[in-house]
Write a protein that binds this ligand. Structure first.
Ligand SMILES: Cc1cc2nc3c(=O)[nH]c(=O)nc-3n(C[C@H](O)[C@H](O)[C@H](O)COP(=O)(O)OP(=O)(O)OC[C@H]3O[C@@H](n4cnc5c(N)ncnc54)[C@H](O)[C@@H]3O)c2cc1C
Length: 245
């Protein structure tokens, strides 16, 4: 007999979980605190974590679900909004959409007499319901991790995490230091450099080889701290010349 399953989150993981549960004859109820699906790829001016021009770093081939492939002509990395369109088509195709309760936050989950008591909050207030199982699909990248720096309190400029960056107007004419060159840092650095007065990228690498030939380098043990100026003419696809292998 099908089980009642509470699914927390309507990002890619939550949608696939609801679809698979339906396939197996279960009764999923998906709770999503945002007003639309897509997880981190959903653009939200104040409640999202992605910027307007954000594109996926994984290919459509690898990012699409095997039971709902993207057309073969979509080989370029998709803009996030097109990936959300894809997820919406997926949710429509497999009857997932009617299972989602948007604008509903799961506040607590409690084991109780062999089942799960799930407390949710929406515009109408707080509700509690029982489920046989709970699938936690609330994501790894919902909350920015912001380091603290010495002197931060006396810094008079703005400090923002990439999760608060939306568009180049936020940095136009400013001198910007980008800290970190992971996927978000590298992506945002190129766009910022094309719009800010001056852009400097600071990154940390393990080993003693810098990433860029023009870097200023400090080596401490196994770690090298690298600082590099990004020219404003940098194209979205290019950073300063890398060190030859
Ligand atoms: C800027 C950025 C770009 C990325 N690009 C890629 C990429 O190109 N390719 C790739 O594979 N991965 C990428 N990632 C990683 C990406 O986070 C995951 O691959 C993907 O989002 C995982 O999906 P998910 O459903 O687990 O989580 P999420 O997408 O984070 O979705 C979680 C959902 O749960 C909801 N939620 C959370 N808590 C609650 C609650 N208490 N009640 C109700 N709802 C709740 C959230 O609102 C959200 O909609 C990127 C991440 C970031 C931040």
């Amino acid at each position: 007999m099908g089980k009642r399953v509470a699914v927390i989150g309507a990002g890619p993981a939550g949608l696939a979980t609801v679809k698979e549960l339906l396939d197996e004859g279960h009764e999923p109820a998906c709770f999503e605190r945002a007003s639309s699906l897509g997880g981190v790829f959903r653009f939200g001016e104040t409640d999202g974590v992605a910027w307007e021009s954000c594109r996926l770093t994984s290919s459509p081939l690898l990012t699409s679900f095997s039971d709902f492939p993207e057309p073969a002509d979509r080989l370029m990395h998709l803009p996030a909004r097109e990936y959300v369109d894809y997820l919406t088509r997926y949710a429509n195709a497999f009857g997932v959409l009617p299972r989602i309760r948007f604008d509903t936050t799961v506040e607590a989950v409690e084991r109780d007499a062999g089942s799960w008591k799930v407390r949710t909050r929406d515009a109408a207030g707080v509700r509690e319901a029982r489920y046989d199982a709970v699938a936690v699909c609330s994501g790894l990248h919902q909350h920015p991790s912001t380091p603290e720096f010495p002197g931060q309190q006396s810094f008079t400029g703005a400090i923002m995490h990439s999760a608060q960056y939306r568009r180049p107007a936020q940095v136009a004419g400013k001198r910007v230091l980008i800290v970190g060159a992971g996927e978000s840092g590298a992506d945002v650095a190129a766009e910022v450099a094309a719009n800010a007065a001056e852009t400097v990228l600071s990154l940390l690498r393990y080993g003693k080889t810098p990433l860029f030939a023009s870097s200023k380098l400090t080596v401490e043990g196994n770690v090298c701290f690298e600082v590099v100026k990004i020219p404003p003419s940098v194209a979205p696809s290019g950073l300063p010349s890398p060190v030859s292998p």
